[in-house]
Design a protein around this ligand. Structure first.
Ligand SMILES: C[S@@+](CC[C@H](N)C(=O)[O-])C[C@H]1O[C@@H](n2cnc3c(N)ncnc32)[C@H](O)[C@@H]1O
Length: 216
C-alpha cells in the first residue's frame, strides 16, 4: 500500500470541512500535510499511521516513492478518473509534492503530532478527538481488508471520537467499483447514526460521497 500525501485543500473537499473543531485525528494519515496545516490553524491535530514506525530516512524514501506510484494507479485506470476538481494532472502532482514536503518538515519539527499505530487498535483513550477523519484506507482497500476487519476498524474509530467520524472514499481504489459489504458493515454498527453524504470532491468517477458516523 502506498503512503500518499494529500494536502489540506484535498481533505477540505473530500470531507466537506468548513470549520474544524478543537481536536482532530487523521487516521491512516500517511504523508498527508493535513495535520501540519490544521495545527497551524490552532487545532489540536494528531496523525496516526503504521508507517510512522519507520526510521526517518526510510519514511522519507517511502513518501517520495509513493508520489510517482500514485500517479501510476491513475495512468493504469484512466477511464475511471475525472479531472474537474484538480483541473490538470500537473496541478494534482504539484499539490502532492507540496503536501509531502510539508509533512516531512512537520514530522521532523513536531514529532509528537505523529503517532505510530494501526487499526483496528489505536493507541488513544476513548473519545479523545472531536472529529476523526480517515482518507483512503477503509473501503478503498477492500481487496486487502475483509468485512470483519472493517467492522472492527469502524468501532475503533468511533471509540476514539467524541462526536463524529468521516470516511472517504467508499469505493475500491483504481476501478472505482462499489464495496459489496458496505451495507452489511453499516447494519452491524451500534450506538451510532450513519449517513452517506455528498462532498464537493471527485477524482475517481462517481466517488463523491463520504460516510459520516455520529454518536447517538
Ligand atoms: C493510500 S494511503 C492514504 C494516506 C493519506 N490519508 C492520504 O489521503 O493521502 C493509506 C495509508 O494507510 C496506512 N495504513 C495501512 N494499514 C493501516 C492500518 N491498519 N491502520 C491505519 N493505517 C494504515 C498506510 O501506511 C498508508 O499511509
Amino acid at each position: 500500500m502506498l503512503v500518499t500525501s494529500r494536502s489540506y485543500v484535498e481533505y477540505e473537499a473530500m470531507f466537506d470541512l468548513t470549520q474544524l473543531p478543537e481536536s482532530v485525528l487523521d487516521c491512516s494519515a500517511g504523508g498527508s500535510s493535513f495535520t501540519a496545516e490544521a495545527a497551524e490553524r490552532g487545532v489540536d491535530a494528531v496523525a496516526v499511521d503504521p508507517a510512522y514506525e519507520l526510521g526517518q530516512s526510510e519514511l522519507v524514501d517511502t513518501v517520495r516513492r509513493s508520489l510517482p506510484a500514485g500517479s501510476g494507479i491513475v495512468d493504469q485506470n484512466q477511464g475511471s478518473f475525472v479531472w474537474h476538481w484538480y483541473g490538470t494532472p500537473e496541478r494534482r502532482d504539484e499539490l502532492r509534492v507540496e503536501a509531502a514536503d510539508r509533512f516531512l518538515q512537520d514530522i521532523a519539527a513536531a514529532p509528537e503530532r505523529y503517532v505510530a499505530g494501526a487499526l483496528p487498535e489505536l493507541p488513544f483513550e476513548d473519545r479523545r478527538f472531536e472529529l476523526v477523519l480517515c482518507s483512503h484506507l477503509l473501503f478503498t482497500w477492500a481487496d486487502q481488508f475483509d468485512e470483519a476487519w472493517h467492522v472492527a476498524a469502524l468501532r475503533e474509530l468511533i471509540r476514539v471520537s467524541s462526536a463524529e467520524v468521516r470516511i472517504f472514499p467508499l469505493v475500491v481504489q483504481g476501478t472505482g467499483e462499489p464495496v459489496s459489504f458496505l451495507p452489511s458493515v453499516l447494519d452491524s454498527l451500534e450506538g451510532v447514526t450513519w449517513e452517506v453524504r455528498k462532498v464537493p470532491y471527485e477524482f475517481q468517477a462517481g466517488a463523491n460521497e463520504m460516510l459520516v458516523l455520529t454518536r447517538s
